[in-house]
Design a protein around this ligand. Structure first.
Ligand SMILES: [Zn+2]
Length: 271
């Protein structure tokens, strides 16, 4: 009975205030978490990640992340402006944090547009163009608010339908774990597993367009994900079977490439 009641309360909440739209794909997504509360939780968890990590001091690596990052951010802003959604970025502060950890082939994005990158990602990124694939993919997750969507789903699925503010008080440890899971940070499977199939596909296709608009060759995304496939990692657990397989992902990227290549050609000719 109680369970049925909370289910109906959820349905009502979702109906009244719980939806947002993903840029370019137009998919409706769950958005039960107020931005302000989400930013507060994220800041706390971000500071905790920093406290437990070593910030990279390699000036060459920092310079390349900053250079590629600035171009990708500008392209993401233009992308959102073209979709009439630039106001969705009002709370974005952007920025990149490079963490020294050569064994972690991972990156993740925060709800305010900041991206955390572990130096292990250079094994797969290889060069500027490969790094653009990663940064554009992560920024695509950010502007599509995939973390907020995951957090909303996890509040229902794992935290008993509590609001984020309530969950923080009543289940702080579980809430932090849910946040790390929602944003793909602090999980073993990292870049490969936190999001759903639909979200990954969106981040790949939006990411392709953004990197192309930033002047990077989107064909590099195929090579990047092929290199990711070669890097030995943990076995994908059965619960992650909804995640796209590597080959599915590469096929979907190849399908989205012609449109991204047009954007790339236009950027090359018209700037
Ligand atoms: Zn992703």
């Amino acid at each position: 009975m109680v369970r049925a009641r909370s289910f109906y309360i959820c349905v009502i909440i979702v109906t009244i205030m719980g939806c947002a739209t993903v840029p370019s794909t137009g998919r409706q997504q769950l958005a039960l978490v107020p931005t302000e509360t989400l930013l507060e939780v994220s800041e706390q968890n971000y500071q905790q990640i920093l406290n437990q990590s070593t910030i990279c001091q390699d000036q060459q690596k920092i310079a390349v992340v900053d250079k590629v990052g600035e171009r990708v951010i500008n392209a993401a802003r233009r992308f959102m402006w073209q979709h009439g959604m630039e106001e969705d970025l009002d709370h974005f502060v952007w920025g990149f944090t490079l963490i020294e950890d050569p064994n972690t082939v991972n990156a993740g994005s925060l709800p305010d547009g900041r991206v955390i990158i572990y130096t292990g990602i250079f094994q797969a990124a290889m060069d500027e163009n490969g790094l653009a694939v990663v940064l554009a993919h992560e920024i695509a997750h950010g502007i599509a608010q995939h973390g907020r969507e995951r957090m909303s789903q996890l509040l229902i699925a794992q935290l008993g339908g509590l609001s984020l503010a309530e969950a923080l008080v009543r289940k702080p440890v579980e809430t932090q774990q849910a946040w790390l899971q929602a944003y793909g940070l602090g999980v073993t499977y990292g870049l490969l597993l936190p999001y759903s199939r639909a979200q990954e596909k969106e981040a790949d296709t939006i990411g392709l367009t953004i990197m192309a608009k930033a002047g990077y060759d989107p064909r590099g995304a195929v090579a990047f994900w092929q290199r990711m496939m070669q890097i030995p990692g943990p076995q994908i657990p059965p619960y992650a079977s909804t995640h796209p397989t590597d080959q599915d992902r590469i096929n979907a990227i190849q399908k989205a490439l012609p449109e991204a290549l047009q954007a790339y050609e236009q950027t090359r000719f018209y700037g």
